[in-house]
Design a protein around this ligand. Sequence first.
Ligand SMILES: Cc1cc2nc3c(=O)[nH]c(=O)nc-3n(C[C@H](O)[C@H](O)[C@H](O)COP(=O)(O)OP(=O)(O)OC[C@H]3O[C@@H](n4cnc5c(N)ncnc54)[C@H](O)[C@@H]3O)c2cc1C
Length: 509
Amino acid sequence: MTRNIEWALDADVVVVGAGGAGLVSAINAHDAGSSVLVLEKMPHVGGITILAGGGIKAARDHGKAVSYLTETQGGRVSDRLIDAFAQGLVELPDYLRGLAQVNGAEIGERADTHEGIYPFPGADTLYSLTVTDISGFAGYDWTYTGKNLAGQRFFKVLLDNVLARNIPVHTGAPVRSLITADGEVIGVWAEIEGRKVAVRANRAVVLASGGFEFNEKLKREYFEALPVYAMGNPGNTGDGILMAQKVGAALWHMWHFHGSYGFKFDDYDTAFRIAPGGARNPNRPISWIILDTFGKRFMNELHPATQDTAARPLGLYDADVPGYTRIPAYLVFDEEGRKLGRIANPLTSHPEHRYVWSEDNSAEVARGWIKRYDTVEELAAAQGWEPAVLKATLARWDEIVRSGSDDDHRRPAGTLFPIGTPPFYVVPVWPLLTNTQGGPEHDEHQRVVDPYGEPIPRLFAAGELGSFFAHLYLLGGNLSEIVISGRIAGTQAAGLPRWTHGQDRARVA
Ligand SMILES: Cc1cc2nc3c(=O)[nH]c(=O)nc-3n(C[C@H](O)[C@H](O)[C@H](O)COP(=O)(O)OP(=O)(O)OC[C@H]3O[C@@H](n4cnc5c(N)ncnc54)[C@H](O)[C@@H]3O)c2cc1C
């Protein structure tokens, strides 16, 4: 019923969330002739986009991209969607360079352009772009991403485009629910300056509210591993998923998250990412091995896309024990390894979570986060491991390092590093997700669909909220998806006729 609603604000297209996908949707809806309003829950814009490493995948050839995506999406998304995504990857470089004109940002190909790509047909067509420089830009002051500003630069390109178009963005304005009439989405209920207000969407609502990294209930429902910690933007609590569910959306890809193993300490609010970036460098030694609750090695510590799939082996529930024998797992290294480089890579968009990890890990040993033991026997005793088991694990590791071949778990030769110089160090590691991929299902037009595949009228999704990525992620693909899905959602939303339900009686307050 619209006649009782007092609309506090209105726009043709209302975008929920001011991360990357929300901004690209807003830019495209605006450029297609619509008035646009963006509502952001948090005090700052940026979502987790602002924390990204900054790799943005693109493709040279559409057909090859289709082949690769078909293989990696495991039959879990339609051919039409794969076709649209592949086309988006091909068009992405020109589109991004067009946006970059707003502030003279430089776009370049990344040095690690082919890392993290799996050897499937079509792989050679993929490469990674990044925003290499924006003159005078030294990062957003509420965000900490160490020396890597590439994700912040990508976000600045988007934000400057929004500002140049005078698109209003309300921060501290959480959207609470969708307003429908006769099954069509016609607006949202939001809180603006502490007041619950109705915001009218004349043409459509685009949900771009990110994932459910910080919704513990959803994580418990959909993930096998428990717990799975998160880092990033605490505003990503899956609100868009719940809102879409309430108006009849199907959900998909809820099990699939982009994650590795990382650190969480009781006396610090946020979790920390493990140090290697998105992809592994097969020629860079890494100091540690990872052991289970018995002191045995069980995994390749450096997956091809370590930040994507390395959480998966930790999730095993061993019914014979019974229990999770790899949550937490334990990262072990020695004195030489401690000096090899910092083991964590803290990132945050919240000033109070800012933490600078020491380069030689000594500060974290001093804090008691990393435990130090003079002998293997002391380490085993402290961990409750059989000394003989730990000794066998280390002896086997020594063999692997000497032979240069990890026949147990296929870790690349160039990453192997000996563990034999006391003292020894141990630190618990947990499944740690970077971002979720699940959410409302959408079609190739980014229309949210119900369980029967029927579009829910005037409702679109963009970004990692119901991501395209269903099975095996394409490193750099979530930033690509921001561009691809935002372009489609914004343009499609703007192309709809204005709704007419009770329009004569609705009024702007
Ligand atoms: C450390 C890190 C590194 C990464 N590196 C890369 C990389 O190099 N390449 C890559 O492709 N991907 C990377 N990713 C993943 C990628 O950054 C994200 O998947 C992508 O940015 C998600 O964009 P989004 O716009 O969908 O969500 P977000 O950027 O999270 O934006 C969602 C926004 O919606 C807001 N919101 C939530 N609920 C509401 C509500 N109820 N009302 C209003 N607003 C709401 C949130 O506060 C947030 O601002 C990385 C992620 C992290 C955390």
